[in-house]
Write a protein that binds this ligand. Sequence first.
Ligand code: GLP
Length: 259
Amino acid sequence: MEVVILGSVDDVDRTVADVVESVVRAGPAVLGLATGSTPVGAYTELARRHREQDLSFARCTAFLLDEYIGISTESEQSYFTFIRDNFVDLVDLDGASVFSPDGEAADIGAEARRFDSAIADAGGVDVQILGIGSDGHLGFNEPGSSLRSRTRVKTLTEQTRRDNARFFATPDDVPHHVLTQGLGTICEARHLVLIATGAAKADAVAAAVEGPLSAFCPASAIQWHPHVSVVLDESAASKLKLADYYRYAYEQKPSWQSL
Ligand code: GLP
């Protein structure tokens, strides 16, 4: 696990965009896309590189982490719409190659299994972008989630419903249930890039990176993974005990070694 602490949110966005760009330029890539406000700056930077530097996503496939149950894919609040508006429509990624769990499927259990199979059939995710919830969730894997879970239904905590209420007309409109990739599913991606910015994420980041590996902090599951980059601004890193060591290790990073 490599922890990268950067001086500004712009630096975070550029660094994450660099990782995605190198995978995309290397060949047909399978991208794992996260919703939430945190990765939007990186998506905007990738869209700029598409416009100005010929970065093409035409050969990419993308999988979303999660979706609300009972919200149609086309609705304004769906995560599919969020990714379409904040990334897919800004680049040349074919909308037909972007997949999200169907929160309106008649058989939700079958849909969950189908989604895991679709990821596997695509060859697995090359690079998975992740945000983190203030309660330490990844995707929508709330505290208590099995560290090896597969895509399935989860019930949102009240804290997560409050955090996400800004995307809905009223807080009561936030669904209680979601379909989310499991922690086991997420950890099958070849490279995890967890992004966090702002002081509100500092406790969750510290628990994920330096706390015990525990279902109590689902994001701590990244500690199992052989290739994780945790990209933070100073505020999100402010509660890390080993922050000075992470900065030193990043400064000493050999020039031939990328994230
Ligand atoms: C939602 C998403 C997560 C995301 C989290 C944090 O709950 N399901 O994937 O990481 O929000 O969002 P934000 O980046 O807006 O803080």
